[in-house]
Design a protein around this ligand. Structure first.
Ligand SMILES: Cc1cc2nc3c(=O)[nH]c(=O)nc-3n(C[C@H](O)[C@H](O)[C@H](O)COP(=O)(O)OP(=O)(O)OC[C@H]3O[C@@H](n4cnc5c(N)ncnc54)[C@H](O)[C@@H]3O)c2cc1C
Length: 481
């Protein structure tokens, strides 16, 4: 699979796998920015806390972000339209708080994660976008954003129809940050188990039993920080969200100390990163994964727009419909933090505080507005439509023969399988339906993965699950006749 710039420029040793049964006060499922931030806020709480991670800490969506820590996110007018000034203002404050939290954690622990001060820009390209930018600015001013102002162009000289500036934002290396958090947690007796996927969870009287591949965990409270929950009930996630995919690439260029996003929802985003080399990190996309279509074509399009690049990768995030995250309780002693609408560096950090406060029976000012049980009807239709489309569309994709003869679909004992034939002629056989909700998988020829167009699960060519919600592999050991 194509590596992100972050994975290529940081390293960490794989930690131990869970082999023995455990009894804990708090179990956190998932070792991305959400899980580790919650763990960090539980240091010194006196609770027995454990984090289980299906693969490696930071191997999920957090490894493929663009690593901007900004409040200038381009959707305050949407939040305002739905919920009014109070909620829009609270969201703005929450993002600024999250930036301060990261700064504090980095400073207090002397973390080397290339945290750099930046200036964020929101820009419009066309005339209608210009009006949207104007509306966004009005709302930002209404909710008291004091650090914003207008510019004629971006600092690299690029001209747009409108440019809004936001001061006091940051960028960092997300994986260096996460690997350091991991070390701090372990040093402070928060147990972390890698290669330990939670397969199922059962609620007993006043505790949960979570089954991992080799052991059981009994936990009084459970936090699901696995990005997309691997279970359907109690939250019925597929009815509440859609998934958006973007392609990111990093190429050598002169470095600047700003980051920028376009105001249109399907737009682009950029930042710079400096170590021995200077990179521009450019993101384009915002495709609903159900409607994405031919992955190879999308990749090629990005390649042709960008030219020579050092790294290229894709990433998926969860969109909630009202642009507010899900953070809080979903049932007795069961908590969820996800749905960050592509702003999880700030929101995952914030979840650390909000969820840990709730776990420790402290109140949080964000508990109400980010309550995952709130009703967002508008998303239901879109989410249902996306799932149905991807189920039907997938049957067509298979027929379209996008795969240049490198993938063959067949059946073994009545089960659908797919065979990928690699460059040296080796056959890799997998079951071709996602174990999560049985959607037909699409072969991603560019990253050599099997991707679920319904809910974003991903598997390597030998069927090992590298991204949920699936909690099972699709490896098939039987050769078809
Ligand atoms: C292209 C792109 C660019 C982005 N850029 C930015 C940005 O600049 N700034 C910003 O603020 N946000 C950005 N985001 C959003 C941000 O990256 C995500 O919202 C955030 O990383 C989500 O973190 P997480 O911890 O919830 O999920 P993850 O990082 O995916 O962590 C979840 C972990 O749970 C594990 N897991 C899953 N299932 C199980 C299981 N059954 N048992 C045990 N473990 C399990 C996974 O292996 C994974 O490691 C971007 C998103 C995209 C798509």
């Amino acid at each position: 699979m194509n590596k992100s710039l972050w994975s290529a420029t940081s390293s960490d040793v794989r930690d131990k796998r869970l082999e023995k049964d455990l009894d804990v006060d708090i179990l956190i499922i998932g070792g991305g920015i959400t899980g580790l931030s919650i763990g960090y806020n539980l240091i010194g709480s006196g609770k027995k806390v454990c984090i289980v991670e299906a693969n490696k800490v930071g191997s999920g969506v957090s490894a493929k972000t663009t690593g901007k820590l900004t409040y200038l996110q381009g959707h305050y007018r949407d939040i305002y339209k739905r919920y009014g000034t109070y909620v829009a203002k609270k969201y703005y404050q929450s993002q600024k708080e999250a930036i301060e939290m990261v700064k504090r954690i980095v400073l207090e622990n002397k973390i080397d994660c290339n945290l750099e001060k930046s200036t964020s820009y929101l820009y419009s390209s066309g005339e209608s976008d210009k009006e949207e930018l104007q509306k966004e600015e009005e709302i930002l001013r209404k909710i008291g954003a004091s650090n914003i102002g207008r510019e004629d162009n971006l600092p690299d000289g690029e001209k747009y129809t409108g440019v809004l500036r936001g001061n006091n934002t940051y960028v960092f290396h997300p994986l260096k940050y996460l690997y350091s958090l991991k070390k701090i947690l372990i040093k402070n007796k928060i147990a972390i188990y890698e290669n330990s996927r939670v397969i199922s969870m059962e609620q007993k009287e006043n505790y949960y039993i979570c089954k991992c591949e080799r052991a059981l965990i009994k936990a009084k409270k459970v936090v699901v920080a696995s990005h997309y929950p691997y279970f359907l009930k109690p939250f019925f996630m597929p009815l509440k969200v859609t998934l958006e995919k973007s392609y990111v690439c990093a190429y050598l260029t002169k470095s600047y100390d700003f980051d920028a996003i376009s105001i249109d929802k399907k737009g682009s985003s950029m930042r710079f990163y400096k170590d021995k080399n200077q990179y521009k990190i450019f993101l384009c996309g915002g495709w609903n994964i159900a409607l994405e279509g031919d992955i190879k074509k999308k990749f090629k399009k990005v390649q042709s727009e960008i030219g020579n690049y050092q790294y290229i990768w894709s990433n998926i995030d969860i969109m909630t419909g009202d642009y507010l995250p899900f953070m809080g309780k979903i049932s007795d002693n069961l908590f969820l933090a996800t749905g960050y609408n592509t702003w999880g560096m700030t929101n995952g950090t914030l979840a650390g505080k909000v969820i840990s406060d709730m776990l420790l029976d402290r109140s949080s000012i964000y508990e109400m507005i980010f309550d995952p049980r709130r009703r967002i009807y508008s998303k239901w239709l879109e989410a249902m439509g996306s799932s149905v489309y991807s189920l039907v569309g997938e049957a067509l994709y298979h027929k379209k023969k996008w795969y240049d003869g490198k993938v063959v679909f067949s059946k073994i004992k009545g089960k659908d399988v797919a065979i990928y034939i690699d460059n040296v002629g080796k056959r890799h056989i997998v079951y071709s339906k996602c174990p999560h909700l049985k959607c037909n998988l699409v072969f991603n020829e560019m990253e050599l993965t099997w991707d679920c167009p319904c809910h974003g699960s991903r598997f390597d060519i030998d069927g090992y699950c590298i991204e949920g919600p699936s909690n099972l592999d699709i490896s098939c050991k039987i050769e078809p006749n």
